[in-house]
Design a protein around this ligand. Structure first.
Ligand code: GLY
Ligand code: MN
Ligand code: MN
Length: 474
């Protein structure tokens, strides 16, 4: 009997014990994650912005199914991450305006995370459990989601429950109480049984106010995402040559992103050659590149949740044609004017107005348009958006303020069959940089990346790590 139990322990107990004993923190090899103090301070700042007697309840983003039994790579809700640092799905965060009394004592916030589960972890990867959740978030009270159904939120002392717009259940009929659908059902039951009508406006507004002004610790991570992206763009400049495909150029950039530690791309890479350069969010990236084509590369790495958003438009041969150069210089002048308008106190639209003025005048000088009314035929998007945890980040589009990070990204897109001389057809050019608003002006976080035509042509002559022959499957 004794022998049997020892054998059983060796077979089952030891592997389980060793799995549980390992540092459960699967995504924290690096030392530069934001600290629990940072997340504590974010929740404290949120408390300053929400009404007396309220609490905020946030659910982690649902897992999204790709097909059959395969899900998309998981990405946490940026709002949830911003307040907790927690990157696992099937979790709940509750932030109280005032401390509330529970068995545990007074608490101002509760984080509920999936329980450790060696069998599930064997298939789907390590879970952090309560230990990692406490260490990462600094939350007052960390529970597993097994407690969510029975956890009594003190509705008698609360006047308002704030929530974000809740996504509908992921899989109709999913009965697992510890998955998103179950946690959501349980939340709705709590709210219904207390006859509370949740507010889904105030929390979004408070988080927008907070997220649009970056903390210096966030800026360090954002700068890292930008630096990695700059290296990726530079390598694409070096590698690009006729005979490559759009996806090979994309592969070079994304190789560098990952090689330098980025966890993901912040958005699907846009690599549009020739006519595809005129499609704003082109992501097929399957076409071969011809000599004489431009390729528009809008690509940003995501590092610890923060994403860059950078565009350069390159000549496939290494030299812009005279028509390409005329349009390029116009977009570059618009980009410079847009960046110059990035001053604290300026309206959010100031960079856009500056860029539009330059492009409108320039296109008229080139005879491509005849009046400012026609500008939107060739420049049909805004010039700036906020940047941070989301590529199109939270922000209220009010006057620019120190700590805002915005893009400046003018473009001109002349599709075939446009009502202008056909020599311009197929030219699509965007230049995009990431700009921090400072107390005295601005700082271009992506300024190290070549942008002047002669700088780009020079960079393209440099030897590449991943050249065309390394990319051939022969
Ligand atoms: N990469 C999308 C954008 O520039 O807004
Ligand atoms: Mn952008
Ligand atoms: Mn972009």
């Amino acid at each position: 009997m004794r022998v049997v139990s020892i054998v059983l322990w060796l077979l089952i107990g030891l592997p389980v014990a060793s799995l549980l004993a390992q540092d459960s923190d699967r995504y924290r090899n690096e030392q530069d994650f934001l600290t629990p103090e940072f997340y504590k301070a974010r929740r404290e700042a949120l408390r300053q912005l929400i009404p007396e007697g309220s609490c905020a309840v946030l659910l982690s983003a649902p897992v999204r199914n790709r097909s059959n039994d395969v899900d998309y790579p998981y990405h946490q809700s940026p709002d949830f991450y911003y307040l907790s640092g927690w990157t696992e799905p099937n979790s709940v965060l509750v932030v109280f305006k005032e401390a509330q009394r529970f068995n545990k004592g007074e608490v101002k916030d509760i984080l509920l995370v999936p329980p450790r589960d060696p069998a599930k972890e064997r298939w789907n990867g390590r879970r952090g459990g309560k230990t990692a959740a406490r260490r990462i978030s600094g939350a007052d009270w960390v529970l597993t989601t097994e407690s969510w159904d029975t956890l009594q939120l003190p509705f008698e002392s609360l006047t308002k429950v704030l929530q974000l717009r809740l996504e509908d259940p992921r899989i109709a009929g999913n009965q697992d109480p510890l998955e998103y659908d179950g946690l959501l059902r349980s939340y709705r039951k709590k709210v219904d049984s207390a006859s509370v009508s949740p507010d889904d406006f105030l929390l979004k507004r408070a988080l927008t106010t907070m997220r649009m002004v970056k903390h210096p610790d966030e800026l360090a991570l954002l700068q890292r995402a930008v630096d990695i992206s700059v290296s990726g763009h530079l390598e694409m400049m070096k590698a690009l040559e006729p005979g490559m495909t759009e996806y090979q150029v994309e592969a070079v950039g994304e190789y560098v992103f990952h090689a330098l530690g980025a966890e993901a791309v912040g958005y699907p890479s846009i690599c549009g050659g020739g006519e595809n350069s005129t499609v704003l969010h082109y992501t097929d990236n399957r076409r071969p590149l011809g000599a004489g084509d431009l390729i528009l590369l809008d690509m940003g790495a995501e590092y610890h949740g923060y994403t860059a958003d950078i565009t350069r438009t390159l000549p496939v041969t290494g030299k812009y044609t005279s028509e390409q150069l005329a349009i390029y210089n116009l977009v570059l002048e618009a980009r410079d004017s847009g960046i110059a308008a990035c001053q604290p106190g300026n309206p959010f639209q100031a960079p856009n107005a500056a860029a539009r003025r330059v492009i409108s005048r320039g296109l008229q000088d080139l005879g491509i348009i005849h009046s400012a009314d026609e500008l939107k035929t060739y420049f049909m998007h805004g010039t700036s958006h906020y940047l941070g945890l989301d590529v199109h980040d939270a922000g209220n589009y009010g006057p620019l303020a120190p700590g805002n990070v915005i893009t400046v990204e003018p473009g001109i897109y002349i599709a075939a069959d446009s009502p202008c001389d056909r020599k311009w057809w197929g030219i699509g050019i965007r230049i995009e940089d990431d700009i921090l608003i400072t107390t005295t002006g601005h700082q271009n976080l992506s300024e190290k990346l070549p942008v002047k035509p002669e700088e780009i042509e020079k960079a393209m002559k440099q030897p590449a790590i991943l050249n065309n022959s390394a990319l051939k499957n022969e």
